[in-house]
Design a protein around this ligand. Structure first.
Ligand SMILES: Cc1cc2nc3c(=O)[nH]c(=O)nc-3n(C[C@H](O)[C@H](O)[C@H](O)COP(=O)(O)OP(=O)(O)OC[C@H]3O[C@@H](n4cnc5c(N)ncnc54)[C@H](O)[C@@H]3O)c2cc1C
Length: 363
């Protein structure tokens, strides 16, 4: 059940250092469990990164309004689920904006939300220009681990039933769109995922966890009590965003590096329809004080091709990618410094090291 699982994963990840006690000494487990452990060691770290999730407790915004003589459609505030929701949220936004429109279109922002919006605008037959302060690889979207999952996205008691419907509609389109892009071209693949869980009842999001199975302790090697296994998709975000820029350019789209200091500056654009996909930038640009940074930090280890599964909960999370093994699990609200903090990174590494050294034999 997605929301409870992720709530639990989110809270355990926030409490870095508070994980369950696991064996601290390496064990020879080769051949006694089908899952290879990740070789976690500070000496294998190839880079560290930090990014600021555009978090709104009340959830992401898709809304149309007037700005002078222009139509402005907001599409921002996706917290820790902006890769996941990008296609679907952008679909809702373009449905709102393109109806009755003629002529060219401006998209502000070149992260996952801006690029998916631009592509959908093109698919609907309109010329597009993307204006952004920074282009990939210098966006928050490039930092994301890339699990198709709606984690760190909103606060249960701050959202409305109408917003939940918006979430479901966005997820529905995203889920279908990601599937038809699976493969090396966009850097998207399915992986079995093991998640520490608190079991609960059925949830509308269950459809996005195919092949879910609750595992007994004999069925998994992890030093955890409650584990479910399911399948989900993972996006190599840098790869995906690069391909999206290519697709938009091939279809005649233009990119212009430009920072908008305030909403008034947008009035100078020639386009009559503008999509705002500026992520955390919307806080200053449009005065949305409900939008907060939620810093996430990652340690990336040398690639380990034999790791063909992902883990969430417990130590934080581990996603294997071609460009390295991603270790994460921090959610630091109102931290504006987007640089990796050595003490936090050290804790992420230590938690994962203890976790993978705590593997048990299952056969
Ligand atoms: C460590 C970490 C791990 C994550 N893992 C996942 C995950 O596994 N799955 C998932 O779905 N999501 C994940 N996320 C969340 C995801 O990264 C964000 O939700 C997503 O990147 C938001 O995309 P965006 O396009 O709204 O914003 P951004 O990627 O930040 O793009 C915003 C764009 O707007 C531009 N801009 C901003 N202000 C202005 C301005 N004033 N003028 C002009 N341009 C401007 C920027 O330059 C940029 O081009 C993670 C985030 C972090 C930090």
């Amino acid at each position: 059940m997605l929301l409870d699982r992720r709530t639990f994963a989110a809270s355990s990840a926030a409490l870095v250092g508070g994980c369950a006690t696991v064996g601290a000494r390496p064990r020879a487990i080769a051949g006694c469990t089908p899952l290879a452990p990740v070789n976690v060691d500070a000496g294998r770290v190839i880079r560290t990164v930090a990014g600021l999730r555009p978090y709104r407790a009340a959830g992401f915004v898709v809304r149309r309004e007037a700005l002078g003589n222009k139509a402005l459609v907001h599409n921002y505030g996706h917290g820790g689920g902006g890769i996941t929701l990008s296609w679907g949220s952008s679909r809702l936004a373009t449905n709102l904006g393109l109806s009755g429109h003629s002529g060219s279109v401006a998209v502000l922002g070149a992260g996952a939300l801006g690029l998916t919006t631009a592509r959908l605008v093109q698919e609907a037959g309109f010329p597009v220009t993307v204006y952004a302060k920074a282009l990939p690889p210098h966006t928050t979207s490039n930092i994301a681990g890339g699990q198709i999952e709606t984690a760190y996205l909103y606060k249960e008691d701050a959202v409305t039933p109408a917003w939940r419907q918006q979430l479901m509609a966005a997820m529905d389109y995203s889920w279908r769109r990601w599937q038809i892009m699976v493969g090396d071209e966009y850097g998207i693949r399915w992986l079995p995922t093991y998640e520490e869980t608190q079991l609960s009842g059925p949830n509308p999001m269950d459809a996005y966890y195919p092949a879910t199975k609750v595992l007994s302790r004999a069925e998994h090697p992890f030093p955890l009590d409650n584990v479910v296994r399911f399948e989900t998709m993972y996006v190599e975000t840098g790869h995906f965003l690069r391909q999206m820029m290519r697709d938009i350019s091939i279809a005649g789209g233009k990119f212009e590096v430009r920072e908008f200091p305030n909403a008034q500056a947008i009035l100078g654009l020639s386009e009559k329809l503008v999509f705002n996909c500026t992520g955390l930038g919307s806080r200053d640009l449009f005065g949305d004080q409900d939008l907060h940074p939620a810093r996430g930090q990652l340690a990336i280890l040398l690639p380990q091709p034999e790791i063909r599964y992902a883990v969430s909960g417990g130590p934080g999370y581990m996603f294997p990618r071609d460009d390295g093994i991603i270790l994460g699990g921090s959610f630091e609200l109102d931290e504006w410094d987007a640089t990796a903090q050595p003490d936090r990174i050290a804790r992420i590494i230590e938690r994962h090291k203890r976790f993978f050294q705590g593997f048990r034999c299952t056969a």
